[in-house]
Design a protein around this ligand. Structure first.
Ligand SMILES: NC(=O)c1ccc[n+]([C@@H]2O[C@H](COP(=O)([O-])OP(=O)(O)OC[C@H]3O[C@@H](n4cnc5c(N)ncnc54)[C@H](O)[C@@H]3O)[C@@H](O)[C@H]2O)c1
Length: 252
């Protein structure tokens, strides 16, 4: 579980341990991580805390080794750590380094985790589930959120590619696409203009959703009640603004 010291990652860790799982909780904020891991241990949970920056390839390899050593095998991988980055600034005003940082954690870290864990999962054999936390921002885009939205679109594409590459192996892939979730990430942040999201859910709601679909073939996991409206708007936007040849069926 990456990004386990806060928000959705912590709620997922709590939900999984409540269901009896031993969870390897990873986060780069070692202090917060130790505190949250101790919180779960005090409730009788089995957790192993690993301080790691998941944008660092060596740290991710080490995390994968620790997970397999501590657990003896891995059933579920949640690639969840993320950052919101600059909000309210158009692309050309976002410092390039900030843009790079957002991509590093929201997308590049997912690449590193998949490259480190999937070969081990394949070698292990048997079913497993890889869950990427993307966002509704992988579909709906408002102004002033270029870094975040582009990184989440990239993660959606990565998850879809992994799903295709892993078909028939027993390793399932899902992409979690929350709308607004009440976590420290969005405290005091207004939804980007035009993104259209107006409902929020708790991190615990999101964790329950993920727990319920573990081991199923659900690929797209939407947590917020406005998800269907936002998806319909996304598809309608494509049709409204597309230049597209009529299909053969329509010509008939
Ligand atoms: N909160 C929302 O509204 C919302 C909506 C959609 C998607 N998401 C996604 O959910 C995921 C979790 O977000 P959250 O809301 O729980 O945020 P959060 O800020 O509460 O938690 C994110 C955690 O990730 C950790 N982290 C950041 N960079 C890291 C790195 N390089 N290495 C290791 N750990 C790192 C942070 O220390 C923090 O503990 C993110 O991918 C985010 O984009 C959140």
């Amino acid at each position: 579980m990456t990004g386990a010291a806060s928000g959705i990652g912590f709620a997922l860790s709590a939900r999984f341990t409540r269901g009896g799982a031993h969870v390897v909780m990873a986060d780069m904020d070692g202090e917060a991580l130790d505190r949250r891991a101790a919180e779960l241990t005090a409730r009788g949970a089995r957790v192993t805390a690993v301080t790691a920056d998941v944008t660092d390839p060596a740290a991710v390899e080490q995390l994968a080794d620790t997970a397999f050593d501590a657990l003896g095998g891995v059933d579920v991988v949640c690639s969840n750590a993320g950052a919101l980055g600059p909000v309210g600034q158009p692309l050309w005003e976002v410092p390039l380094e900030r843009m790079r940082q957002v991509f590093e954690v929201n997308h590049w870290a997912r690449v590193l985790v998949a490259r480190a864990l999937v070969p081990r999962l394949l070698k292990q054999g048997g079913p497993a589930h890889l869950i990427h936390t993307a966002s509704m921002s992988a579909f709906a885009v408002g102004s002033g959120s270029a870094a975040y939205a582009a990184s989440k679109h990239a993660d959606l594409a990565l998850a879809r590619s992994l799903r295709a590459d892993l078909r028939g192996t027993g390793i399932r892939v899902s992409v979690l696409c929350p709308g607004r979730v009440d976590t420290p990430m969005v405290e005091g942040v207004e939804a980007p203009r035009g993104a259209g999201g107006d409902t929020s859910v708790s991190a615990e709601d999101v964790a329950d959703l993920v727990w319920d679909v573990l081991g199923s073939d659900r690929f797209y996991l939407f947590s917020n009640p406005d998800a269907s409206r936002r998806l319909r708007e996304h598809v309608a936007d494509i049709w409204r603004h597309a230049s597209i040849p009529p299909s053969a069926e329509e010509e008939l």
